[in-house]
Design a protein around this ligand. Structure first.
Ligand code: NAP
Length: 278
């Protein structure tokens, strides 16, 4: 595995983590499916993707419960990121939401606590006060946001008095480059980690397509003897502030995704791919 510093925290995190949206079932519980999801998470941890992203919102909290099972008995060796929902951003609601996540995660600290989406009706200063209280109490180690624009990120930074904002989790892949002109540049300059979600476009990148850009991607996959998904993830994590959290329920997918790390494409190939999918 390769590691990058989380924001300005001095702490290193794996460049590839494990997404968990949809694990534990979106609308119903099923023990057999839970066992399969657990196997996939545990394989990901064995392959050193020791960074799991979840949220109180995912599967009504059941995703967090499965994460707790997956990391046992080595919780200390895994970087756990979870999120507080936008309807819980009032000061006391943040504290309550965190306590509930800690219970479901069966841990006494969260490594990275993220505001899942901005909520314009609640001042960010109120939310961040609660986040800093949680850090002071040792219940969370780092503070992040998700789906924040440059302006919202700046406001979140300014609302923190004792901590620095570690990360912003946003959609980013070869097929969605919308953060590049503004947020990516800003994060790079401010040393804020970008956690790229939906980094393989929900599996669509693996399917390829017609047209020159897909031909270029396929040339690069052949040259490095990698798959389209591996090249797409490698392209993302080659960017300085970026780490990625693909979700994979299938064991083959987990193994394949782990193979996105440990090699580098040339600068020319990286630029050619950027240009092709611009
Ligand atoms: P994703 O990771 O781009 O794609 C997941 C899909 O791709 C799954 O259907 C998976 O299938 C498939 N897949 C995985 N590896 C593959 C491979 N090697 N080849 C082909 N298909 C593959 O999308 P995502 O789940 O939306 O995003 C990842 C994570 O980001 C989420 O799980 C969540 O933790 C986070 N996220 C955060 C937000 C936010 O608002 N902060 C929003 C969306 C997502 P199998 O499961 O069958 O293997």
């Amino acid at each position: 595995m390769e590691y990058k510093e989380l924001g300005k925290s001095g702490m290193k995190i794996p460049v590839l983590g494990l997404g968990t949206w949809g694990i534990g079932g979106l609308s119903s519980r099923n023990t057999q499916r839970d066992d399969e999801d657990l196997r996939a998470l545990r394989l990901g941890l064995e392959l050193e993707m020791r960074f799991i992203d979840t949220a109180e919102m995912y599967s009504g909290g059941h995703s967090e419960e499965l994460v707790a099972k997956a990391v046992k008995p080595e919780r200390e060796k895994v970087f756990i990121a979870t999120k507080v929902s936008p309807e819980h951003l009032r000061h006391d609601d943040v504290i309550k939401a965190c306590e509930s996540s800690l219970k479901r995660l069966e841990t006494n600290y969260i490594d990275l606590y993220q505001v899942h989406w901005p909520n314009p009706s609640i001042p960010i200063s109120e939310t961040m006060k609660a986040m800093e209280h949680l850090v002071a109490e040792g219940k969370t180690r780092h503070i992040g946001v998700s789906n924040f624009s440059v302006q919202q990120t700046r406001e979140a930074q300014q609302a923190l008095s004792k901590s620095s904002l570690a990360s912003n989790q946003v959609e980013y892949s070869l097929l969605d480059r919308s953060i590049e002109p503004n947020l990516l540049t800003y994060a790079d300059k401010e040393n804020i980690t970008i956690i790229a979600y939906t980094p393989i476009a929900k599996g669509r990148i693996s399917e390829g397509g017609r047209g020159e850009r897909w031909q270029i991607l396929d040339q690069i996959t052949s040259k490095y003897n990698k798959t389209r998904t591996q090249v797409a993830l490698n392209w993302l994590i080659a960017k300085k502030p970026v780490v990625a959290i693909p979700k994979a329920g299938s064991l083959d997918h987990v193994r394949e995704n782990a193979g996105a790390v440990g090699w580098q494409m040339s600068k020319t190939d990286h630029e050619m791919l950027s240009e092709a999918f611009r």
